[in-house]
Design a protein around this ligand. Sequence first.
Ligand SMILES: Nc1nc2c(c(=O)[nH]1)N[C@H]1C(S)=C(S)[C@@H](COP(=O)(O)OP(=O)(O)OC[C@H]3O[C@@H](n4cnc5c(=O)[nH]c(N)nc54)[C@H](O)[C@@H]3O)O[C@H]1N2
Ligand SMILES: Nc1nc2c(c(=O)[nH]1)N[C@H]1C(S)=C(S)[C@@H](COP(=O)(O)OP(=O)(O)OC[C@H]3O[C@@H](n4cnc5c(=O)[nH]c(N)nc54)[C@H](O)[C@@H]3O)O[C@H]1N2
Ligand SMILES: [Mo]
Length: 762
Amino acid sequence: MTTTRHRTLTNWGAYEVETDGREITAVHPFAKDPDPSPIGQSLKAVRRSRVERPAIRESWYRSGPGSNPERRGWEPFVEVEWDVALDMVAAELDRVRNQFGNQAIFGGSYGWASAGRFHHALSQVHRFLNSIGGYTFSVDDYSIAAGHVITPHVFGFSFDDFVDEQPSFIEMAEHTELVVAFGGMPIKNSQVQYGGQGRHMLSSRLETCRDRGVRFINLSPLAEDLIEACEAEWIPVRPATDAAVMLGLAHSLLIADDHDEDFLRTYCKGWDRLRSYLRGETDGVPKSAAWAGEITGVDPDRIVSLAAQMARSRTLITVSWSVQRNDHGEQPYWAAAAMAAMLGQIGLPGGGVGYGYGAVGLNGHGVGYHDLPRLGQGRNPVSDFIPVARIADLLLQGGEEYEYNGQRLTYPETKLVYWAGGNPFHHHQDLNRLAKAWQMPDTIVVHEPFWNALARFSDIVLPATTTLEREDIGGSGMDDFVFWMEKVIDPVGEAKNDYDIFSELADRLDVGERFAEGRTSRQWLEHLYERFHSGHPDYPTLDELKDAGHFQIPREWIPPVPSQLLSFRQDPLGSALKTPSGRIELYSETIEGFAYPDCPPHPSWLEPAEWLGNATSGQLHMISNQPKTRLHSQWDHGETSLNGKVEGREQIGMALTDALDRGLDHGDLVRVFNDRGATLAVVSIRSDLMEGVVQLPTGAWWDPVEAGGLCRSGNPNVLTRDVGTSSLAQGPTAQTCLVEIERFEGDAPAVRSHEAPGLVAP
Ligand SMILES: Nc1nc2c(c(=O)[nH]1)N[C@H]1C(S)=C(S)[C@@H](COP(=O)(O)OP(=O)(O)OC[C@H]3O[C@@H](n4cnc5c(=O)[nH]c(N)nc54)[C@H](O)[C@@H]3O)O[C@H]1N2
Ligand SMILES: Nc1nc2c(c(=O)[nH]1)N[C@H]1C(S)=C(S)[C@@H](COP(=O)(O)OP(=O)(O)OC[C@H]3O[C@@H](n4cnc5c(=O)[nH]c(N)nc54)[C@H](O)[C@@H]3O)O[C@H]1N2
Ligand SMILES: [Mo]
């Protein structure tokens, strides 16, 4: 058998993919990657579970928009010719925009899609919808919505800029003595980077820190969140209670007089208000170590001693993104900033506070954003938007008002949903509620390579290629590599590139020129690269890049990370922050003005809706973290993901005592349930998990037996809550979730998530 090898880039790293022209026969990691991700092996499943031809839900095909929406997900699809499908989509877009206006099209289309600068599905869908008059869009993301919204109130600049300038791992190794990590820094998470990365380096960076004597404390329900190589101390903490640990630490600093009064007076606003709250003067409850211990499960003596240790070290407080994916998730981010301010180390090398080390591969590596070729998305004439995680509310509550970051907004009425490059049946919480909301619009159009739950629950499914079926320029604006991505195989079935689908639709809607500017995809790649190259003549030409396969950008070409905090520290008046006071806001009059009961004007402890403190005897707290074996739901049907399952079902981690209490053993099939839903999963007894907490990773393709029924595959989002963090950020709160677990008796229904739905002829 003769095979050929082709370079590709994924959101989890670069690979050389070997093919016999049809199947992927082997996947070899990029030679320069010291710690490649195993997820790449799943690419061998490129021909499995594919949408091969355009498919239209039977009722929609026979009776038109809005027909039998309750049958979405439960009836066969009619396979049609491309021309038929595209004519129908174009006519429906035209009907909706003419009859209801473009805001009736929801095109927020959140998701990670695939690596590649041009064939990036989200850029494509937004450019297309802009070219036909716009759409209701979404703001923030599922990762760090609360962080995005609270950070400018506290520091006066954007969350992304803040993350950019927080101490790097190199700075950490050099200057930091103590890292206090809430939610750890999971290595498996650093395997992933939006746009892709050349080298994975977190393990080696953390080992260097350890060798230099940096001490690590992991405050998390899961010991695994900080690698053993750091010799981290694990302090188990109840999920969703981080703000209370932080306030307890802050109180301990205060009463031991270990806080930096000068820093608080010079650089911060509102210290007096926060101090009153810590002392209990405002609510009669001192936020003492004993108080915090009661709430969080952390030994109060350890809180006191940790505070003292922090005050006597160059301390970096890190908070994972998961910590804010909680009810009132704004609070731990603000409380961490307040603690760092009390230590007086913000702006000092290796000190202060940072968010999301290791969350994605390049955070903390000290590479600032730089330019890469990029497809313009045009301008959206529609001003309606939603905070991204309010998608079900949008569909269920059209015309109703809601609050977001001081604004009173109205959900528009939605008639058509267009999705390309994301999977709401992966990312959204309370999937049974989403499925009901999903019945509201007249039409749902998706571009998907695979028959996952999103495709199954739509009206019109247009088969999209994967990266392996097209060529592209690859790279992330934070990495020091640029790749030429080769086409590995021909498109599977009749799949088309998102760009080609949109070009054909644009032609039908008379905006072909505006969308495509007369270029084929290859001409676009040349055009985008040439435009980039004219501003960056030191880079290789496109032909040189194609020949070499990749280009490593010299470090000195990458603009240095700006440091607003350092300048502020050196000159608090001349380099004042862009907050109303010009200082770090420990008390925000802006937020006070919003008068939100669920987001007070200073860092506070607010009891979450569901947590171990209000659990009944049978309930456990479920954390649904990022999966080790895939990127979200992507390639769930591939080898690496399947190897992590038992008979196609996800494993749910639990502590031995919790298993014994329920008469359960390792490998038992269980039903995990609450008022919102139920799923099957397989018990995995873990010694690194806090008692009372279970862990079910995200990403199994949703596989319900019937509407509202049991999920066969282990998708945690049938159990999670669909309520925003607070009126401030309206971010997702997946980690705030109680469940019950019992042995599953009887015959277990076989997993069907990777099978195609019924397909019929026209
Ligand atoms: N319970 C719980 N839920 C969570 C989280 C959690 O911690 N707990 N985390 C949240 C977070 S942080 C995130 S970012 C989200 C992630 O949610 P998503 O980003 O929506 O998840 P993905 O599985 O990456 O979805 C990408 C989809 O795009 C498709 N796709 C890939 N490439 C292409 C392409 O070129 N063209 C087209 N048309 N389609 C393509 C894939 O097949 C897949 O269906 O999940 C969130 N959900
Ligand atoms: N392999 C892989 N890597 C990924 C992804 C993936 O899908 N697969 N997704 C990427 C994306 S989109 C994102 S946004 C980042 C997300 O990065 P994070 O949000 O940091 O990732 P998670 O894995 O959800 O959570 C990290 C750890 O936080 C702990 N945790 C959960 N709740 C709490 C809490 O209330 N308090 C404390 N102290 N700890 C808690 C859990 O034990 C969990 O293992 O990861 C990225 N990396
Ligand atoms: Mo994310």
